[in-house]
Design a binder for this molecule. Sequence first.
Ligand SMILES: C[S@@+](CC[C@H](N)C(=O)[O-])C[C@H]1O[C@@H](n2cnc3c(N)ncnc32)[C@H](O)[C@@H]1O
Length: 305
Amino acid sequence: MSMLADEIAVPPTIAIGLAAAAQRLKRMSASARLDAELLLAAVLQLSRTQLRTRDTQALGAAQMQAFESAILRRENGEPIAYILGEKEFWSLSLLVTPAVLVPRPETELLVEWALQCLKDSARPALADLGTGSGAIALALARERPDSRVIAIDSSAAALAVARRNAQALGLPQVEFRLGDWLAPLAHEIIDESATEPANERVNSRFDLLISNPPYLAEDDAHLPSLQHEPLQALISGVDGLDAIRHLVQHAPEHLKHGGWLLLEHGATQGAAVRDLFQARGYADVTMRRDLAGLERATGARWMAA
Ligand SMILES: C[S@@+](CC[C@H](N)C(=O)[O-])C[C@H]1O[C@@H](n2cnc3c(N)ncnc32)[C@H](O)[C@@H]1O
């Protein structure tokens, strides 16, 4: 593999370094120039605008070496977010490490939908199942400071990242729990033999359960291009629907009357997910498309009998 410094005949400047790096990244990235700018901006601790206004500035040997190592990681398919150690989601700057999925812009659709569902609820209770970096839980907590938010993940390493994000963003009302999907909410389940009045017991349930669960099939063709992200965040059984089946089945045990379950899923899974919601007896089963027009999320309300 050639080195940037070898490809550049003259003493490198920002403009020359960027052009050489973008040329190299073109082989594997559809956003080669942007990638090169983000990586060099991080190395030099400048904004992308500053890079453009200083494009004749010389790059020193240490700067070239740091840039080279970032370009090598990108050439190896590593997501930019892991190289930079951060990703913006819902205008929040989130720490990301290889322990968590890189939050995707499509997931903002789920946050937007959740906020609409909660607009008439005062002090809503909600839980983000499979929180990863904390993206959904933290975005909702930022928008609804009156809410009680529980964020769950079965990965202790992911929860550690999410906790750091909550701390950095000053969102202490988010409570983190380690465990399998809804299991950490077990003590929140209504105890049918409890003696308190029914209306008080209902308050221990949730207005909204939300999840961007793993939804790829074990043999999904996209997996090789996602090799740097945690498998636990990506794969869910032979058809990719194991987690979604579990959540659709068990969420009613934790939802208030009229409470919502919102799930992100794969673009080809819309019909199957709708069927699951309908078969379980939910009301108002609704699908949302992403900006590309793909079926991206399905949600419904649980109307307790
Ligand atoms: C697709 S990622 C979503 C991360 C984050 N919510 C987002 O949208 O960027 C799915 C998350 O579910 C977690 N997960 C997988 N299996 C789980 C389980 N059985 N119980 C709880 N969380 C689980 C993974 O660790 C991962 O963080």
